[in-house]
Design a protein around this ligand. Structure first.
Ligand code: HEM
Length: 125
């Protein structure tokens, strides 16, 4: 074996090692475990906080008024004094307001948009 062929063999071995290392790395990337889902108690869906009905019940006054409608949680506090329908809105503070809200405003775009702007979280399932 002359010097040239020895150099060729060494070159091929080096290239082989590089290819093997690169392919090995790709394989490792593929088997990287997917991160476990975030616990429901911290956040779900769009990343909004999750509250229970008991949490909502702690906000049952005109100055601190939360409600829940169709599984979403709303802080109505900045809106209660501006509600065109008056103080009747206070009926939903601290409780599940789904029946009252839907009964009064269900299907009304303006009212539903107003409500959507006050969303702070989702109700725990
Ligand atoms: C829970 C959140 C609520 C939101 C975000 C909300 C929002 C609104 C808005 C934006 C209006 C004005 C509509 C317009 O200008 O055309 C309105 C009017 C009114 N709301 Fe509410 N409302 C809520 C709850 C309630 C509840 C629980 C009741 C009664 C049980 C109620 C009764 C009324 C009445 C009688 C009016 C005036 C007439 C009407 O526009 O329908 N609202 N509300």
């Amino acid at each position: 074996m002359n010097q040239k062929s020895i150099a060729t063999v060494v070159f091929l071995v080096v290239v082989g090692i590089i290819v093997a290392v690169v392919l090995g790395m790709k394989k490792t990337e593929g088997v990287t475990p997917t991160p476990s889902p975030t616990p429901a108690s911290i956040a779900v869906g769009e990343g909004l906080p999750v509250y229970t009905l008991a949490d909502v019940a702690k906000h049952a006054s005109p100055k601190d008024c939360w409600t829940t409608v169709n599984g979403n949680v709303y802080d109505l506090t900045p809106f209660v004094g501006k509600h065109p329908g008056g103080e009747v809105i206070l009926k939903v503070c601290g409780i599940d307001g789904t029946k009252l809200f839907m009964g009064q405003h269900g299907g009304q775009a303006k009212q539903e948009n107003q409500l959507a702007g006050l969303e702070i979280g989702v109700l725990a399932k």
